[in-house]
Design a protein around this ligand. Sequence first.
Ligand code: TMP
Length: 219
Amino acid sequence: MITAEKIIKSPPLFISFEGGEGCGKTTQIKLLVDVLIKMGADVLQTREPGGSPEGKTLRSMLVEGDANRWDGLSELLLYSTERNEHLRQVVVPALDSGKWVITDRFADSTRVYQSTRGVPVETVQQINDLVVGDRWPQLTLILDIPTELGLERSLAINTHENRLESLGLEFHKKIRQGYLDIARENADRCVVIDASGSIDEVHAAVLSAVETYLTSKAA
Ligand code: TMP
């Protein structure tokens, strides 16, 4: 169980939530943030795209409209521009001032989505390394859900922010596999969470992953 004592002893963590469309990140982030605040942590909840003032403008350009208004390379550059400002203006100052930072998506999204959009994975990784440097999250929780279920949920909730949802089932199956590949390659940072259960079940798995991290690495 996460205890207040463990939270207080832990240096502030940078945690990212990742996953395909409709995996329930937003709900789970809110539940985790509520627990952390109750335990006495100072927490910044943020997201990409849209976590910095400039990012809000970029967000609507990136998540609305026709799928092919940008090609993969333009997306890589735009999401990375947004991330650079998000880090510079929001994430790094918060971490440096002792806050926990919980972000809804980060550079793994670029690796998965923009490489699936046709940009060579080495190119994506070079830009990710350039922008992120040594500011990778300590813990990345990948919410994994069957693609059909996720797309169904996402299209039901989100009526206008669905530029990439419209790319179809095969594209999104590759996204799911891309996240599982990242988890395998970065086992020290990533935990895959089965997100097909109830909200409470997934929340329990999220808490357990944070607890395991605090016990094994940060204590
Ligand atoms: P979301 O905020 O609902 O998760 O949607 C953000 C959309 O932007 C989603 O389709 C994934 C996509 N995206 C990328 O393609 N690359 C990125 O680097 C990020 C952060 C998001």
